[in-house]
Design a protein. Structure first.
Length: 169
């Protein structure tokens, strides 16, 4: 029985050097041609120049066996479908030479149905989480500043007197 040809080519000088093997250009061409052949499959997702694949998303499948460890993703396809999945697999960034043949076909959504990037950041530039974080930091800093002012008004006391004044043993 003949050994299957590997999808990458090893060079003898790289053996044991710790460097990654170089991918065979024929493999890459065939890989992306396969993605182009599948472009009308409803399970193929293309967002921001990357190709993803919708897995079967069985509830009985453990999270560690799902794409992105079972994280929830919401998608709106340009044909109108909306999908929520816990089994999304990244297939890679589309090389420039194949982008015309594999245009985007969906966008990611947040829980409110607004368009977001892969990481969940809103594309319109408004990010509630960042805004809330900034407000909480400002509130904390205002409290620190208020406490500093209180301390400036109080006469300085040695540590033992300060503790005694506050009832600390």
């Amino acid at each position: 029985m003949r050994e299957r040809e590997k999808p990458w080519s090893y060079y003898p000088e790289d053996e044991g050097s710790g460097t990654e093997p170089e991918l065979d250009p024929n493999f890459l061409r065939e890989y992306w041609q396969f993605r182009i052949d599948q472009k009308d499959d409803p399970r193929q997702v293309r967002v921001d120049g990357k190709v993803y694949w919708l897995g079967p998303d069985y509830a009985s499948t453990p999270k560690q066996h799902k794409g992105f460890a079972g994280q929830e993703f919401r998608l709106r396809f340009f044909d109108g479908r909306e999908v929520t999945t816990h089994d999304l697999w990244l297939n890679g960034e589309i090389p420039k030479e194949y982008r015309e043949e594999l245009p985007d076909n969906a966008v990611f959504l947040d829980r409110e149905g607004r368009e977001v990037d892969f990481w969940g950041h809103r594309k319109d530039g408004v990010d509630e989480r960042a805004k809330e974080s900034k407000e909480s930091i400002e509130k904390w800093l205002a409290g620190v500043e208020r406490r500093r002012e209180e301390l400036k008004r109080q006469p300085w006391l040695p540590k033992w007197q300060w503790k005694k004044q506050r009832g600390i043993p």
